[in-house]
Write a protein that binds this ligand. Structure first.
Ligand code: KIV
Length: 268
């Protein structure tokens, strides 16, 4: 049984600067328990759950209510990990007031420890406001999936000097505004290294090469839960989706053959 003092706090995550650490997404109590048992310090309830779990094509249709529901389920499955809730599209873009209210709901109603928002320099004033009001923020720069419609697709960032300088400016602005760490998504490894060297808070990479302090993967990709193709940078540590289908097939066949339930399989 873990005590509250074992908990990963944002202060402890900050101390991971310069160390290598693994983070993962979780979508429900079951995946949160798996992450917890594997001693993962930071679990993100990413809005990628819109695609991995809810069947949408992008993260854009994901709403506050969906994210609150999944975040509360993840919180019920963790004991030590820091739970970060991803603020969905339009939950923080409209006004500072609605962003504060929505971010506060993740802490108050769902029990999250922090929120994540997408955007760099232009989001820094909002990050400052959230942090000033007691809401820890994980930044997210590089590829911003909530802007996929405006960007016209998912593209790697940090190819040109101009893009690298802009990423560094984004990271510095977020750090200055009080973000406790920054996700770098789909950033060229050399650009990610330069950003990581420039800030004193941890960077957490996804498709951003080996130079970030931490790494994060979407749990469905890592475990092969969906039998869908995964991005090239993902290392699949298991193929649980295929195993699940095989188990279900065997179950169906056992029932059809009258082999399950056997005489011993009852409630007694
Ligand atoms: O939604 C998500 O899973 C994320 C990760 C890609 C960092 O934002």
């Amino acid at each position: 049984m873990s005590s509250k003092s074992d908990r990963w706090t944002v202060a402890r995550i900050r101390e991971l600067k310069g160390k290598k650490f693994a983070c993962v997404t979780a979508t429900d109590t079951c995946t949160a328990r798996w992450a917890e048992a594997a001693e993962i310090p930071l679990v993100l309830v990413g809005d990628s759950l819109g695609m991995t779990t809810l069947g949408f094509d992008t993260t854009v249709p994901v709403t506050m209510e969906m994210m609150l529901h999944h975040t509360a389920a993840v919180v019920r499955g963790r004991s030590r990990a820091l739970v970060v809730a991803d603020m969905p599209f339009l939950s923080y873009q409209i006004s500072v007031e609605s962003a504060l209210r929505n971010a506060g709901r993740f802490l108050q109603e769902a029990g999250a420890d922090a929120v994540k928002i997408e955007g760099g320099e232009f989001r820094a004033p909002l990050v400052r406001e959230l942090v000033r009001n007691g809401i820890p923020v994980l930044g997210h720069i590089g590829l911003l999936p909530q802007s996929v419609l405006a960007l016209g697709g998912y593209r790697v960032v940090g190819r040109t000097l101009e893009q690298i300088e802009s990423l560094i400016a984004d990271a510095c602005a977020l750090e200055d505004a009080g973000a406790f760490a920054i996700v770098l998504e789909a950033v060229r490894p050399d650009a990610a290294r330069r950003v990581t060297e420039r800030v004193a808070i941890p960077t957490i990479g996804i498709g951003a090469g080996p130079h970030c302090d931490g790494q994060i993967l979407v749990i469905h990709d890592l475990l092969g839960l969906n039998e869908a193709p995964v991005p090239q940078f993902v290392q699949q540590y298991a193929h649980l989706g295929a195993q699940a289908i095989e188990a279900l097939r065997r179950y169906r066949e056992d029932v059809a053959r009258g082999e399950f339930p056997g005489p011993e399989h009852s409630y007694d």
